[in-house]
Write a protein that binds this ligand. Sequence first.
Ligand code: CA
Length: 420
Amino acid sequence: MSLESSWVGSANSAETDFPLNNLPYGVFSVAGSAPRCGVAIGDLILDAAKAEAAGLLTLAGGPLLQSGAWNPVMSAGPTVWGALRARLAALLAEGAAERARLDPMLVAQSDATLHMPFTVSEYTDFYASRNHAFNVGTMFRGAENALPPNWLSIPIGYNGRASSVVVSGTDVVRPWGQLKDPDDSLPRFDKCARFDLELEIGAIVGTPSKGMVSVAEADEMIFGYVLLNDWSARDIQAWEYHPLGPFQAKATATTISPWIVTRAALEPFRTATPERERPLLPYLGEPGPMLYDIDLRVGLTPEGGKETVISETNYKTMYYSAAQQLCHHTTSGCSMRTGDLLGSGTISGTGKDSRGSLLELSWGGREPITLADGKTRSFLEDGDTLTLYGAANGDGYRIGFGACAGKVLPATDLPDWARA
Ligand code: CA
């Protein structure tokens, strides 16, 4: 594959996140208009709702682009997804006859506000990076017992909250919670002091399911992918998680990037999961490569300061694919819905600079990292902006995700009824 030419000049650059090869789906507004479905192309957005209304994008079962969310397209299934992508590619290709009609339907990304691209119906978070699981396990149980006994057999996950998922650019308020230091006999209610990020990729379920689905069927159900920051309160988590796992520690916010990068756009970047250390049960077998080669980066910008890249890694380092996770999710008979969001789990590489959380980067706070301005961080401080970047890098082009950013605001004042 190489860069495909568009009549939108800014799309024909090796540096843009959004060449014609990408065509990711988002929801935008300009000057206070209602949120509308759009497609990123170079530094512009095609108003897809307007193009559909003008008869330039006719989809089976349509109209599908008038609701201000991509769910109607997602539930329409892979045949409609393929037709939509092919039509968009033709409309925006160099030499397209419709150029004059489409030109007034383009808006500058710099003039637009981006909104949640789809309605999240449910959110499940996994724990699928061997390096991350090993690092966290080593900190809490020592290297010999780092991986839980089930880890090499089960794509471990827990049910999260759809209501806590927010789009990039949304501020995140530091949570309050029950905390207990190891030396204290009783817990206290206090501000989280160990607020953290988790670098993840989110897989979005398009077509719903009933009953168990195979890994191959699960892959076909996935509409696309986003970057995902699963904000985590480590001190709340440490006290609350016995025996049912994380709860309020993960419920403050989960930030996703604003553009849904389709499975079709990522197709040239498929890569296989690593060799199995323990044979998987047959139902988790993969019919082909199910991971993607996506370069990932985390930037931390203190209030009024400049950004430091604190981690660089790649999605291909994961042990389980989203298709395996989705298949496992259905083994109980659990139905999946259009708009189900699956977090990959924190993505950590093998090197110290490729860890996907501050918990690992600062090794539980014992080895603070140093930022460009000389300040140090064990965990996030108020005013810090955390930005995830991701792109699959092809030959002279890239399939980018756009930034996934959030700023940490100070905890709110505690209401009187919660005080001693
Ligand atoms: Ca997570």
